[in-house]
Design a protein around this ligand. Structure first.
Ligand code: 3HC
Ligand code: NAI
Length: 647
């Protein structure tokens, strides 16, 4: 079947695009649109054209899969120009999302109407590029410079009502979009047509505006190139004739399309879309997820319960006694209150979230839950006692999950009846915010349980990554190697602050040492001490020396750095220099780029080991873990992509 078909409703032709899944603008679709203009211009019975899409969405953009290859005719800017230049006016009828090239096609149409709930936007910066088919040039001519800057430099789509207020769409409709758009087209024929977007005047907001935007966009973009280049395109569009600005935009687009950042962001785009439905799950049956239980209302339990409530699941929270339960419920309340304070929830929504939580100290309250997630102390005895209770009280088919960070899930599940329903679900703190979910099956986990873990991730809006069993699974194992490598640099004389600055320069929000000061050095210390007590050979780390000197991080007024009371700004510490003096030797000087290369290389090397052992199933899974769990800069693509691209 052709991707573009034409029907007639009297004097209005309806052009339907049908290119599943998201009507992306591959070559066949571009050609189909190109040909449709000629066909309809030549048809004397047609006076106007409605462009509408089949399936879940309007055209969602250029076909990202074509970006690694040479452009093929007809090029999208020419298609958009041709639609705009058509003898008969075109009306874009938008449902779902009109994004990137899809919105550019709509801008080529003389009118845009949208279904209530639809959205439009230019998300190209998220792929490391700028709009490449007049998005930066036509948008300011339709909605003004400020709106265009906002749209292209943030990449955030706007909903139909807001788009109408901004002048991006002409009408918002409910009900039958096709009928509404055809009626709109007929009515439009009764009045003089507006100017095509390319011919509309645009006001220059002036030098101060551009200077302010430069500063603001640079600050938000950190190391990303595309947002500032997109801003430059809008400025050009406002200050130069249409054709000149279009050429400038196209050159910028083609330049960025081949860049490392764009390749990295495309890699992440596809990795994120592949992650929720890995092929190896096959068609394993999904277990129903209607109700959930959480054991432990501490940092993780409260966050997990909040995530479950955000997804609409009723939650039973179990704690060990009444006092701990009250604390757990208060933790949960604090999360929702925070949501209200930040404007993410209305007070009514927060109250409804809380109303869906019932607290108990009696496991009998879990008799009919479909899924229980354990988040109690990281001690094997405590966890095993919890699962013994769960086995006694939960339905035999309920999924039972542990949030353990380091313990062996096999040991936690030992002796459990129906071990096929047991699985590790490793959330990251804060669990209602962080996107990553490591899914850790044991050898006995049933395929349905594994598939249900992935279904849970989808329901919670998380990025699931399957991990095999080893100490720290994927993420914490790489973190350990990263920290050890950072310490090795300090041992050879690199300043602590230089290491942190190097990683910030690479794109992390924080370096490894300041991050430890924030989270506390004692957790990892206690874990190492536990292993030592169990007879394992664990070499002494610099972190151990600091904790023994009473330096556990910001909470004790200092860790790797000193902190003035009430101030989170790290200050180099004479005391730390003293504590570490005996173990530091002078090594070769390293600049920041070399430091970052070294540490990212160590991450990738651990990633390789993890792959070789089958702990991770693909390099892109490791990249997703680092990006969504550990702050690796998205535009670098993750340690595996970054290292592979560097060769
Ligand atoms: N190109 C190629 N494939 C795409 C695609 C695109 N632009 N957008 C989505 N897909 C694919 C996905 O990879 C996925 O494939 P799979 O089923 O084989 O895994 C499938 O379409 C469905 O995607 P989602 O799971 O994301 O579907 P949702 O329904 O959740 O979301 C969407 C739909 C909101 C349209 C979302 O897919 C999306 O945001 N897509 C990207 C939009 C975008 O970035 N457009 C700009 C592209 S750049 C551009 O247009 C340049 C131009 O200026 C020249
Ligand atoms: P926490 O100490 O904040 O909370 C643990 C909670 O469990 C406490 O509220 C405690 O009262 C409760 N509890 C203890 N024994 C119980 C029992 N027998 N029955 C019911 N409740 C009981 O600990 P946190 O940080 O929330 O960690 C919980 C688990 O999550 C641990 O396994 C930890 O390794 C894991 N984890 C922690 C992360 C973190 O960043 N804190 C990240 C990912 C996993």
């Amino acid at each position: 079947m052709s991707v573009v078909s034409i029907e007639r409703e009297g004097e209005v032709a309806v052009v339907t695009v049908d290119n599943p899944p998201v009507n992306a603008l591959g070559q066949a679709l571009r050609q189909g649109l190109w040909d449709a203009v000629a066909t309809l211009d030549a048809d004397p019975d047609v006076r106007a054209v409605v462009l509408i899409c089949a399936g879940r969405t309007f055209i969602a953009g250029a076909d990202v899969r074509e970006f690694g290859k040479p452009p093929v005719e007809p090029h999208l800017p020419d298609v958009v120009n041709r639609i705009e230049g058509a003898v008969k006016p075109w009306v874009a009828a938008i449902h779902g999302s009109a994004l990137g090239g899809g919105f550019e096609v709509a801008l080529g149409c003389r009118f845009r109407v949208a279904l209530d709930g639809a959205s439009v936007g230019l998300p190209e910066v998220g792929l490391g590029i700028v709009p490449g088919a007049s998005g930066t040039v036509r948008t300011p001519r339709v909605a003004g410079a400020a709106a265009a800057v906002d749209l292209v430099t943030t990449g955030k789509p706007v909903k139909a009502a807001k788009a109408q207020a901004m002048g991006l769409v002409d009408a918002v409709m409910t009900g039958d979009l096709r009928a509404g758009a055809v009626a709109f087209a007929r009515a439009a024929l009764g009045a003089p047509l507006p100017l095509p977007a390319s011919e509309r005047p645009v006001a220059d907001p002036g030098a101060d505006f551009w200077a302010e935007q430069q500063t603001a966009v640079a600050k938000r973009a950190k190391g990303e190139a595309a947002p500032l280049r997109a801003l430059a395109c809008v400025q050009k569009a406002v200050q130069a004739p249409f054709a000149e600005a279009l050429a400038f935009e196209r050159a910028t687009f083609l330049d960025l399309r081949g860049s490392d950042q764009a390749a990295a962001l495309r890699h992440v785009f596809f990795a994120e879309r592949a992650a929720p439905r890995p092929a190896h799950l096959g068609d394993a049956k999904l277990l129903a997820l209607r109700t959930a239980g959480v054991i432990g209302g501490g940092t993780m339990g409260a966050g997990i319960a909040a995530a479950l409530r955000d997804a609409g699941l009723p939650v039973v929270l179990i704690e060990r006694d009444a006092e701990a339960l009250a604390r757990g419920l208060a933790n949960l309340q604090a999360i929702f209150d925070g949501g209200v304070k930040r404007g993410k929830l209305t007070p009514e929504q927060a109250a409804a979230r809380m109303a869906g939580v019932s607290g108990s100290t009696d496991y009998a309250a879990l008799a009919d839950t479909d899924l229980v997630i354990e988040a109690v102390f990281e001690e094997i005895g405590v966890k095993r006692a919890v699962f013994a209770e769960l086995a006694r009280h939960c339905r035999a088919d309920a999924v039972l999950a542990t949030n353990t960070s380091y313990l062996d899930p096999r040991a936690i599940a030992e002796g459990l009846a129906n071990p096929g329903r047991f699985i590790g679900l490793h959330f990251f703190s804060p669990a209602n915010v962080m996107k990553l979910l490591e899914i850790v099956p044991t050898p006995e986990t049933a395929p349905e349980t594994l598939a249900t873990g992935f279904a849970l991730a989808r329901a919670l809006g998380k990025i699931p990554v399957q991990a095999g069993i080893c100490e720290g699974f994927i993420g914490n194992r790489i973190l350990k190697r990263y920290r050890a490598a950072a310490e090795a640099l300090v041992r050879q004389g690199v300043a602590i602050a230089e290491v942190d600055a190097a990683m910030r320069g690479f794109g992390f929000a924080m370096g490894p040492f300041e991050a430890q000061d924030l989270g506390g050095l004692d957790i990892a210390f206690l874990q190492r001490e536990g292993a030592r007590a169990a007879g394992q050979e664990v070499p002494e780390t610099l972190g151990d020396l600091l904790v023994r000197a009473g330096r556990k991080g910001q909470k004790t007024g200092g860790g790797w750095y000193d902190y003035a009371p009430g101030d989170r700004k790290p200050q180099a510490s004479a005391r730390v220099a003293e504590v570490l003096a005996a173990v530091i030797t002078a090594g070769p000087a390293l600049d920041r780029a070399a430091i970052a290369e070294r540490l990212v290389g160590e991450m990738a090397a651990e990633g390789e080991a993890i792959l070789a052992e089958g702990i991770a199933l693909s390099p892109s899974d490791i990249d997703l873990v680092e990006i969504h769990g550990y702050g690796f800069p998205r535009w670098r693509g993750g340690p595996m992509h970054y290292t592979a691209r560097k060769g």
